[in-house]
Design a protein around this ligand. Structure first.
Ligand SMILES: [Fe+2]
Length: 507
């Protein structure tokens, strides 16, 4: 098989540029005034050695500034400890997701007691009050200046919450701005800690904790208006082995499908643990959305029944209060996608690339059961919704990347109507789009009608010219409105957020 055509997107890009105005084809909407900040790996080698996994490369921020119909671009490495130490030593010094430093025997013994935790925050960005931070799965957010992209240091929290691993996908309550997230604390008795962080504060407030024997690898989690949900996929680790095995972080996790997937559900406000629902074994990086379900069906069933069928007793009353959570995710049959994303196989191209299906899981919090349905036959990754409007609520549209040609990797953008299953897509031969970020029009009608009124922003690798462009699509039709071309190829990245001048933003 020839090398993967998107190879330029998995090649180091060390050039740092600042371009006030990129060449634009088409028309950038007048109302689009703000900055898209994206994160991802940009350097895949240190000295003679390559990182092993796509998730390991050293973090670079990219900013696309939109306004007055024009697009500016800047990119800059995040000046992390991982990067500084690698540069100084000329070799990899910190443990990443799929790569460990090469230790001497003495170094390995020392590393057992003092594992060098990476701060290579290459996955996502978030706004904490007035602070912008880059995120990875270690709890070391890195502050940066959104104008200059200069690194400002690690975010210091003033609390005593402990954790080794976290998610780069916190949730924000769109009405209050409160951020919700969790930590996995590895110990003789490991725990998950859920917390909230009020805007502008530096102390994370613990909502709930639960002990866990074998912590699961979870890249993201789910939130409704009422619940926090951790999906414990059966990719689990023995924390003791993690410290002593001497293999990179993710290789310590084992796929144990017989465990099924366990959905831990808490009341978001009180921290009460509501249910532990076990469903089919599956794996996902990304939740799509979640919301309180079944209320309409439940209410009408109660109304329709004769009075003497009304359930009685404390247990039944509380059962009725618990209800159902509807949880949508981009799910895989197993966790083999992690292996498919090592740089070697990814650069070679894989006809059998595992693809994610948009699944809807209904969690019955009373019976603690899970049912599953397929929302569409269209595969989807890097899913985004109109977060300001529908996060944690019933919704209709999800956008993401799709895989059209076998052996390719995210070669189209898709929009799925989860109510009807109808799919729209954008595809151009030789082009490899990244995560589409939705930006709502300021004049979008209120309510469900306006849910897809806006644009999608996606950074696309054009493999033929080995350059990248910012693509602006009409989010409703997926028709192209404009593209702004960058003079170099941007490595395939992970996630980004849009921060509008009017305060409109994603996360
Ligand atoms: Fe992610």
């Amino acid at each position: 098989m020839p090398p993967a055509p998107y190879r330029a997107g998995l090649t180091s890009q060390t050039q740092e540029l600042r371009i006030p105005e990129l060449p634009v084809e088409g028309t950038v909407p007048d109302w689009l005034r703000g900055t898209l900040i994206r994160n991802g790996p940009a350097r895949f080698e240190v000295g003679e050695r390559s990182y092993n996994h796509w998730f390991d490369g050293l973090a670079m921020l990219h900013a696309f500034t939109l306004g007055e119909g024009s697009v500016g671009y800047a990119n800059r490495f995040l000046e992390t400890g991982a990067r500084r130490e690698a540069q100084e030593a000329g070799r990899i010094r910190r443990s990443e997701f799929g790569t460990d430093p090469c230790y001497s025997l003495f170094g390995r013994v020392m590393a057992v007691f003092r594992p060098p935790v990476t701060d290579n925050a290459n996955i996502n960005v978030v706004k904490l009050g007035d602070t912008f931070a880059a995120l990875t799965e270690t709890p070391l957010p890195i502050r940066f200046d959104p104008e200059t992209l200069e690194t400002l240091g690690v975010v210091e929290f003033e609390d005593d919450l402990k954790g080794t691993i976290t998610t780069a996908h916190p949730h924000r309550d769109p009405s209050t701005g409160t951020l919700y997230s969790y930590l996995t604390h590895f110990s003789r008795k490991s725990s998950y800690h859920l917390y909230r962080l009020e805007p502008g504060r530096s102390n994370r407030e613990r909502i709930a904790s639960i002990e866990v024997d074998r912590p699961a690898y979870m890249h993201s989690f789910a939130m409704t208006g009422r619940h926090l949900i951790l999906a414990e996929f059966p990719l689990v680790v023995n924390p003791t082995e993690l410290l002593t095995s001497g293999v990179p972080f993710i290789r310590n996790y084992r796929w144990e499908p017989e465990r099924g997937t366990r959905f831990q559900v808490w009341d978001r406000a009180t921290g009460e643990h509501l249910a532990s629902c076990t469903g089919p074994a599956l794996f996902a990086f990304h939740h799509i959305n979640a919301f309180v379900g079944g209320t309409r069906e439940r209410a009408s069933a109660v109304r329709a029944g004769p009075p003497n069928t009304e359930p009685e007793g404390v247990e039944t009353n509380s059962r009725r209060e618990k209800g159902e959570v509807v949880l949508d995710l981009a799910g895989y049959e197993d966790a083999s996608i992690i292996d498919a994303l090592y740089l070697d196989p990814l650069r070679r191209g894989q006809p059998e690339m595992p693809l994610a299906t948009p699944w809807r899981l209904r969690l019955d919090l009373d019976r603690e059961t899970v049912s599953r349905e397929v929302l569409s036959d269209q595969n989807i990754e890097l899913p985004r919704v109109n977060e300001r409007r529908v996060s944690g609520r019933p919704y209709r549209y999800v956008w993401g990347t799709g895989n059209r040609v076998p052996g390719h990797f995210t070669d189209e953008l898709v929009k799925i109507d989860v109510r009807t299953g109808v799919v729209r897509s954008w595809y151009a031969e030789g082009c490899f789009p990244g995560e589409p970020v939705f930006v709502g029009r300021p004049d979008a009608p209120p309510g469900p009608e306006g849910e897809d009124h806006g644009v999608l922003l996606s950074v696309v690798l054009d493999a033929r010219s080995e350059s990248s462009f910012l693509l602006i699509l009409d989010a409703a039709t997926l028709e192209e409105e404009a593209r702004a071309t960058v003079p170099h190829a941007l490595p395939l990245g992970f996630h980004g957020q849009y921060y509008g001048q009017d305060g409109a933003g994603s996360k």
